[in-house]
Design a protein around this ligand. Structure first.
Ligand SMILES: [Zn+2]
Length: 844
C-alpha cells in the first residue's frame, strides 16, 4: 500500500494549508507572502465542470499575485473519466480526482468547492446535461456556494453562448454560473438557503477566453478587445524564487490519473478574460476595480489595517517572531469584528501566521489509523514553541467530546512537551468516508441529506484537537485535525487521515459474477476486522430464482486488520437473469452492509471509502471458442477479470517479453484500453504482434485516443486506419448491425439489437473515421441529431488471422455485467475458429 508523501512543492504555501497533514512551518518569505494575503480582502471564484478544467495559471495568479482569496468550483468530481494510474473508476475515480484537485490547490493556494452534480460521462449538448443533472438542484448549489464564499468576481472557464461546441458539462457550468450571478442577491431565489447564509451580489462576471475560442491566433489578433482584460500570468515572485506559471504547472501536474504530469512552463504569458456582466471596471488592469480590498472594507477594520500594513512594510525576514506582538494585537481586533464572514476567514489566516512566526509545532496523532464508534484510541499530543515568545499551554481539548487536559505548562524555547490522552469515540460518531457516497444517488446527482455539507470538498474530520495557548495574557485556540503518523523504512515519515470506520466490512472479490451455464459457483465473502476480537454472522442476501447452500454463516476474527473468507455456494436459475447479491454483517445486534475500499497513491492522502457491499450476478447463455488469451495491459481495465468469468484462461503479457513467436500460444491477444497511448514499448513490438496475426492469430485492439499520439508510431493496424474523436455517448442510442452475415455477429453467439440494451455510460469513443477497404464495419450507431458512425467495430483479415479494432466501451460494459457485451466479446475472441468445435463458456 502506497502512502501519502508530503510533496515537495507543498512547502511553498504550507502555512495556508487547512487540510495539510504534516505540520510544516513556513519560511520567512512564505510568512511574508501570507501577511500580504492577510492584508487583501477580495475574493475570486473560478467556475468549470471537471477536475482539470481549471486554469491553474489564473488561479495561482489571483491567489499569489493579486493575493485574492481564490476558489475553484468544479461542478463535478470527474467520476465519468478514465484512470491512467490505477483501477479506480466511477465513484472511486471521483474520490481520487477530488483529492487531486485538493493537491493542486495546496500548490496554487486556492480553495476547492464541488456541487452535487455527478459526472455521468460525456454529453455533447448542455440540453442533455441539464436533463440528466437536476438543473434546479445544481443551480441551487452554485447559488449556495456563491452566497457562502461571497466572491467579488466570478470567472467562467467556458463560454455560456456556445452550446454544442464542447462537452455539455462545460457549457452547462458557464450557463449555470451566468444564471446564478443574478439569483444570489434575490431573497426569493432558494430562500431556504438563507437560514444558513445571506444574499450576496458579486461585482462582475467574466469568461476566461483565449485565441482558441476565436478559431485562430490571427482572428484573435484582429478581434475587438474592448471588453477584454489581460494579465501576465508568467510573472516571477522573487521572494518565493518561482514564477507564477511554474506554480501553475506544478498544480496541474497533480492531475496524475488524467495523465497531466507535464513540463513546467516559464516566461511571460498572457491570459485574457472577457467582461460578461456586472460593473464594467474603469481600470482595465484591475479585476477588483471599484471594490475595496483593504481592511477598511469591514467595520472596525481600519485599526487592523494600520497594524498589519506596518508588519508588511517593516517585515523582518531574519527574525519574523519580532512581529508577534503586532500580530497578537491584530488578532484581538479581528476577534471582535462584527462581520462574522471576514472574521472567520481572517482568524484562520492570522493564526497560521502566528504559529509560523513562533515556530509553534502543535500536533495530535492517534496511535491507530482506524477507530470505531464506541471504542477508545490513544492520542499523542506534541506541543513545541521554537521562539523566545512567552507562551503558556493552558489546555488541550478535543472538539465535541469531553476529554481534555489542563497541563498549564510554560513553553520554553525549543523544549519538547508531550502528552497523552485517551479518546473515547462516541457511539454516534459519523464515519469519515466521503459524504457524497453515503446514500444512493441518481445517474446525474449525488444525494446529500445534510445541506450544510453541500459545496465541501471532503467530509469534515471527526476530531479536532484544540490547543489553548496563552501569549502573555492573551489566549488563542489553535485547532488541528487528529492525524495518524508512522514511519516506513523505505519512505520515511508518513501521515494519513485518522479514520472512523465500522468494526467490520465485507466484500465480494468480483463485483459481477457471470454464470455462463446452470452450474453453481462458489462465492467468497471476505470479512475484514477493523477492531480486535470480533465475532458475528454474515447473512447472504439474494434474489428469487437463485439458491444458496446456507444463508447465514458465523465468523470470528482475533486481530484488527485481519480477514476471514466465508464461502457460499450460489446456484443460478435456469433462464437468463440479472440480479444482485449482498452480505449483511451482524455483530451484537448491529448490521453492517458496507465494504471498505482504500485508495492509496503518493500524491494524495490515503482515502478510505465505504460503499454498499453488493455484487451483480448474471445468468447468461453464452458460447465461446478458444481457451488461452494473452492480454497486454494499457492504461488499466478490468476486462481480463471479466473474460476469466466466462471461462477463458487469461494471461497478462509483459510488453517487454514480446518477441517473434512468443504470442503464438494464444488463441487471441487483446490490447487493453489506450495500450498504444501509454505503453511505449509497443512501438517496438508491433511488428511481432502483427506477425502473430499474419500467422493465424486473432488480435483485438481496444480504444486509443487520437490526440496524445506518439507521432513516430503509425502502424497500429496492418492497414490504414485513422482514429478520430467520434464517439456515441448515449448508452441507449439505437445500434444497427450493418454486416448481418459476418461471423462477428453470428458465431458462436447470434447477436441482435437486443444485445445492445442495458449498456452503461456510453456506446464507445475515439472511433476510427477512415479505414482501408480491407476492414469491414460491423455496426452503425449515432447520437441524437448526428450522422451515423460506422467505426465502432472494424475487422480485417490479415494473413491467416484477423485484426479487430473496437472503440466500443467493453471496459465499462463487461465489469458492469452487460450480457450483450459479453456475447459480442466472446464472438471477437472466437473469430476464425468457425470450424473448431464449440464449447460452452465454462468448463464443467
Ligand atoms: Zn472538462
Amino acid at each position: 500500500m502506497r502512502q501519502y508523501l508530503v510533496v515537495f512543492v507543498s512547502f511553498l504555501f504550507s502555512i495556508q494549508i487547512v487540510f495539510a497533514q504534516a505540520p510544516k512551518k513556513g519560511t520567512s518569505a512564505e510568512i511574508y507572502h501570507s501577511v500580504q494575503k492577510l492584508n487583501f480582502l477580495g475574493k475570486a471564484l473560478y467556475v468549470a465542470a471537471h477536475p482539470d478544467d481549471e486554469n491553474t495559471r489564473l488561479i495561482s495568479y489571483l491567489s499569489n499575485n493579486v493575493k485574492a482569496k481564490t476558489a475553484y468550483l468544479s461542478l463535478t468530481r470527474g467520476d465519468g473519466g478514465q484512470n491512467l494510474i490505477g483501477p479506480e473508476l466511477r465513484e472511486l475515480l471521483g474520490v481520487l480526482r477530488t483529492q487531486e484537485l485538493l493537491a493542486a490547490r495546496r500548490v496554487d493556494g486556492g480553495q476547492q468547492f464541488f456541487s452535487r452534480a455527478n459526472d455521468f460521462g460525456y454529453s455533447k449538448h448542455p440540453d442533455e446535461t441539464l436533463k440528466i443533472w437536476n438543473k434546479e438542484e445544481v443551480l441551487g448549489d452554485v447559488v449556495q456556494i456563491i452566497r457562502t464564499f461571497k466572491p467579488d468576481v466570478i470567472i467562467n472557464r467556458f463560454d455560456h453562448r456556445s452550446p454544442g461546441s464542447t462537452h455539455g458539462h462545460h457549457t452547462s457550468s458557464a450557463m449555470l454560473s451566468f444564471e446564478a450571478f443574478d439569483l444570489v442577491n434575490d431573497p426569493n431565489a432558494y430562500p431556504s438557503q438563507l437560514a444558513a447564509t445571506e444574499i450576496w451580489q458579486p461585482k462582475r462576471l467574466f469568461f476566461n477566453t483565449s485565441w482558441w475560442f476565436y478559431g485562430s491566433r490571427e482572428k484573435f489578433e484582429k478581434a475587438d478587445k474592448s471588453k477584454l482584460m489581460n494579465m501576465d500570468v508568467g510573472v516571477f515572485y522573487p521572494t518565493l524564487g518561482v514564477s507564477n506559471n511554474e506554480i501553475a504547472s506544478w498544480a496541474s501536474s497533480q492531475h496524475l490519473c488524467q495523465g497531466f504530469g507535464r513540463i513546467t512552463s516559464r516566461g511571460s504569458e498572457n491570459e485574457y478574460i472577457e467582461f460578461l456582466k456586472g460593473d464594467f471596471p474603469k481600470d482595465k488592469s484591475n479585476i477588483f476595480d471599484g471594490i475595496n480590498t483593504t481592511w477598511s472594507r469591514v467595520v472596525g477594520g481600519e485599526a487592523i489595517g494600520t497594524i498589519l500594513t506596518k508588519v508588511e512594510a517593516d517585515f523582518d525576514f531574519t527574525n519574523p517572531v519580532k512581529h508577534l506582538p503586532q500580530l497578537l494585537e491584530a488578532h484581538k481586533f479581528i476577534s471582535s469584528l462584527s462581520d462574522v464572514h471576514w472574521k472567520t476567514i481572517k482568524l484562520v489566516e492570522i493564526e497560521a501566521i502566528i504559529q509560523s512566526v513562533a515556530g509553534l509545532y502543535l500536533e495530535a496523532s492517534a496511535d491507530a489509523a482506524i477507530a470505531n464508534p464506541g471504542n477508545a484510541v490513544k492520542l499523542n499530543l506534541d506541543v513545541l514553541n521554537r521562539s523566545d515568545a512567552r507562551i503558556t499551554l493552558k489546555s488541550i481539548g478535543i472538539s465535541d467530546v469531553d476529554e481534555g487536559l489542563e497541563p498549564l505548562t510554560i513553553l520554553e524555547n525549543n523544549k519538547k512537551n508531550n502528552f497523552e490522552l485517551n479518546l473515547d469515540i462516541p457511539k454516534e460518531t459519523n464515519f469519515t468516508s466521503p459524504y457524497w457516497l453515503n446514500e444512493k444517488g441518481s445517474l446525474g446527482m449525488y444525494k446529500v441529506t445534510d445541506k450544510s455539507l453541500i459545496g465541501k470538498p471532503e467530509t469534515p474530520r471527526a476530531f479536532q484537537a484544540n490547543f489553548v495557548l496563552d501569549f502573555d495574557g492573551y489566549e488563542i485556540t489553535f485547532q488541528k485535525p487528529v492525524v495518524y503518523k508512522y514511519a516506513r523504512n523505505d519512505k520515511g515519515e508518513l501521515y494519513q487521515p485518522f479514520e472512523v470506520l465500522p468494526e467490520a466490512t465485507a466484500r465480494f472479490d468480483d463485483k459481477v459474477v457471470i454464470f455462463a451455464d446452470g452450474k453453481p459457483k462458489q462465492i467468497a465473502i471476505t470479512v475484514k476486522a477493523h477492531k480486535d476480537n470480533i465475532k458475528g454472522d454474515v447473512q447472504f442476501c439474494y434474489s428469487k430464482g437463485w439458491t444458496v447452500d446456507q444463508e447465514i454463516k458465523p465468523f470470528e476474527i482475533a486481530k484488527k486488520g485481519d480477514e476471514q473468507i466465508l464461502q457460499f455456494t450460489l446456484t443460478p436459475p435456469t433462464n437468463e437473469d440479472e440480479s444482485y447479491i449482498a452480505p449483511i454483517i451482524k455483530i451484537d445486534g448491529n448490521q453492517i452492509t458496507k465494504e471498505l475500499v482504500t485508495i492509496a497513491y503518493d500524491h494524495i492522502p490515503t482515502q478510505s471509502v465505504l460503499l454498499p457491499a453488493e455484487a451483480k450476478v448474471v445468468r447468461l447463455n453464452i458460447q465461446r471458442l478458444g481457451e488461452n488469451i494473452g492480454y497486454i495491459m494499457g492504461a488499466g481495465d478490468d476486462v481480463p477479470t471479466s473474460l476469466r468469468q466466462i471461462g477463458y484462461n487469461v494471461v497478462t503479457v509483459d510488453p517487454n517479453s514480446i518477441q517473434a513467436g512468443s504470442l503464438d500460444k494464444f488463441d487471441a491477444v487483446v490490447v487493453g484500453i489506450r495500450g498504444y497511448n501509454v505503453v511505449k514499448e509497443l512501438q517496438f513490438k508491433q511488428r511481432f504482434i502483427l506477425d502473430y496475426v499474419k500467422d493465424g492469430g486473432n488480435l483485438i485492439v481496444q480504444y486509443n485516443t487520437a490526440g496524445r499520439w506518439d507521432k513516430q508510431f503509425n502502424n497500429i493496424a496492418p492497414y490504414e486506419l485513422k482514429l478520430s474523436r467520434d464517439r456515441v455517448t448515449d448508452e441507449n442510442s439505437s445500434v444497427k448491425i450493418v454486416a448481418k452475415d459476418h461471423a462477428l455477429v453470428n458465431f458462436p453467439n447470434p447477436i441482435n439489437e437486443k444485445d445492445f440494451e442495458g449498456w452503461v455510460q456510453e456506446r464507445g469513443l475515439y472511433f476510427p473515421n477512415e479505414w482501408s477497404d480491407e476492414f469491414s464495419p460491423i455496426l452503425s450507431m449515432k447520437d441524437n441529431g448526428e450522422s451515423a458512425k460506422k467505426g465502432s467495430l472494424l475487422v480485417a483479415p490479415y494473413g491467416k488471422g484477423n485484426y479487430i479494432y473496437t472503440g466500443l466501451s467493453f471496459f465499462r460494459e463487461l465489469p458492469a455485467g452487460v450480457s450483450g457485451a459479453y456475447k459480442l466479446f466472446a464472438n471477437m475472441l472466437s473469430i476464425g475458429k468457425e470450424n473448431v468445435e464449440k464449447k460452452p463458456a465454462v468448463k464443467g
